[in-house]
Ligand binder design. Structure first.
Ligand code: SAH
Length: 502
């Protein structure tokens, strides 16, 4: 992308509601300048080394002055950086994007605007309110609720007569004033009204009432900023058209303890079920390199009759090296391929290869007992896997035929700073903790340090399978549920089962 300043709308909250172009900008940015309403998940898509600059509210009321933000954009662009100014919703809907554009124009800095889904429309949709509806509302009006002088800034006379949907942004502290003025100027006090807090995020909460009662209902429900205030007949469709808060895992906090690069799939799935996935990386995969043993195994593949993979990482690292050494998937043509778990099998499929053998249960015991039925003394098995793999598989199979175990990677404790995630967990009332291996659990305890006990006791632990469960129980903690199928789909099944029980 050409180096310039991109004023990008991040959408109303759900990170999937950004445009394709917006996402492309984030991935290519050298500098990301963002504010409070931008989803953390979008920031995580930045490239390594991208500079992050927060320009939102620093404390309760202090917002970075617009002049300062303008100057930051200008200076970074002047230094030759690709600058992305990421704003909640759409940059031009009360986003001050226009001011930033003017400032850059005056200084000859090229810029581009990437529109976004505004909360005024998208936020309502996620709460079940269509901003227009045939024969109910023929227009809509998006109004600032942030009024310095109560009477001067808005023409209440005109607003009170509008038949379309009224959406007030930034109106929480002014709610009483807004409703009083609309009624005073002639709007029916029984007009349906709603308020939506943190729309399109798993924290979304909404209330509905009438123009005359919404203020009291909002006080009672302790509605805070950011919220949308909606006035109009379309509010009455809310219960029928609400789809988001009906999702099976809506609002559930779920802590994923896997490493970076291994968790996107599960995060996507959880988010589409309405959950709030919280990523706390506990492990990192470190490839063993150089790896003479692996190279030898690859050069001599013809001597083997089986290759058995026990994890996705094991698959990826093996094929990476296979290709680096100048071979391709045909090098495995004469071998039978075994895999533990459907995810491992899928990973192998990506290289155009089917799996010949997969044990019914996704654990080593099952692999050994079922593979023993197939192999004979003349077989020779190659097992590229983690350094910390249990000796059991190799020992048992070696009783029948020749087995070469090749250690291809180590699982080390994550070096990412997790202090902000721990602080976040401390504030939550409840959450699920997902552990997919003994090391994710062990490292979680180490990373959480003195908070480990409290954090674990507050959460519901879901373990991927018996080996992980044993490690958790041995450390003296209860396993709330154990997946029946030992993979992430199995974990999700348990989460869904639990939400049905409630
Ligand atoms: N450019 C943004 C609006 C910025 S003004 C957009 O197009 O959506 C900030 C106001 O937007 C907040 O005070 C609140 O009224 C509203 N808002 C933004 N995101 C919201 C969300 N997820 N839930 C509720 N209100 C939101």
């Amino acid at each position: 992308m050409i180096k310039k300043v991109y004023l990008v709308g991040a959408g109303p909250g759900d990170p999937d509601l950004i445009t394709l172009k917006g996402r492309k900008c984030i991935k290519e940015a050298d500098v990301l300048v963002y504010d409070r309403l931008v989803s953390q998940a979008l920031l995580e898509e930045r490239k390594p080394g991208c500079k992050l600059i927060y320009v939102g509210k620093e404390n309760r009321n202090h917002v970075k002055p617009q002049d300062e933000i303008n100057e930051i954009l200008y200076q970074e662009a002047k230094a030759g950086k690709c600058v992305v100014r990421l704003k909640g919703g759409d940059p031009y809907v009360f986003g001050r994007g226009g001011e930033e554009g003017e400032y850059l124009y005056q200084r000859n800095i090229p810029f581009e605007v990437v529109p976004g889904v505004t909360s005024a429309i998208g936020g309502l949709a996620y709460a079940g309110i269509p901003i227009t509806h045939r024969e109910v509302s023929r227009s809509f009006h998006v109004i600032t609720g942030h009024l310095k002088n109560q009477n001067e800034e808005l023409d209440w006379e005109v607003l009170a007569k509008l038949k379309g949907t009224l959406v007030f942004l930034m109106g929480v502290t002014n709610l009483e004033n807004i409703t009083n003025n609309l009624i005073k100027h002639g709007m029916d006090k029984d007009t349906p009204a709603a308020m939506i807090n943190w729309a399109t995020t798993p924290r979304q909460r909404s209330i509905s009432a009438t123009l005359s009662t919404i203020y009291d209902v909002a006080l009672e429900a302790k509605m805070t900023s950011p919220s949308l205030i909606v006035v109009g007949e379309v509010v009455s469709l809310k219960d029928t058209l609400d789809f988001y808060s009906k999702k099976p895992l809506f609002g559930k906090n779920i802590v994923i303890t896997r490493g970076t690069g291994q968790r996107d799939d599960i995060i996507d799935k959880l988010r589409s079920l309405g959950a709030n996935p919280i990523s706390m990386p506990t492990i990192e995969i470190e490839e063993i390199s150089p790896n003479n043993q692996l190279d030898q195994g690859i050069h001599n593949l013809d001597n083997y009759t089986y290759v058995v993979f026990t994890s996705i990482n094991g698959v990826k690292i093996f094929f990476k090296r296979l290709f680096e050494l100048g071979y391709d998937s045909r090098a495995l043509a004469g071998l039978k391929i075994g895999a533990i778990g459907s995810n491992t099998k899928e990973a192998i499929r990506e290289y155009g290869l089917n799996v010949d053998f997969m044990p019914t249960e996704y654990v080593g015991e099952s692999l050994v007992s079922e593979l023993k039925e197939e192999i004979s003394e003349s077989d020779k098995i190659l097992i590229p896997r983690a350094e910390s793999g249990r000796p059991f598989i190799v020992e048992e199979l070696a009783k029948i035929c020749k087995v070469d175990e090749v250690k291809t990677y180590k699982t080390v404790k994550s070096r990412e700073d997790s202090s902000h995630i721990i602080d976040n967990l401390k504030e939550l009332d409840s959450y699920y903790l997902l552990f997919s291996s003994p090391s994710t659990f062990k490292n979680f305890i180490e990373i959480a340090g003195q908070d480990a006990n409290d954090l674990i006791n507050k959460g519901r632990i879901i373990s991927i399978g018996p080996i992980t469960s044993r490690a958790i129980k041995d450390a003296g903690y209860p396993v709330f549920k154990q997946a029946k199928t030992y993979n992430y789909d199995g974990i999700i099944e348990m989460l869904l089962e639990d939400s049905l029980d409630e």
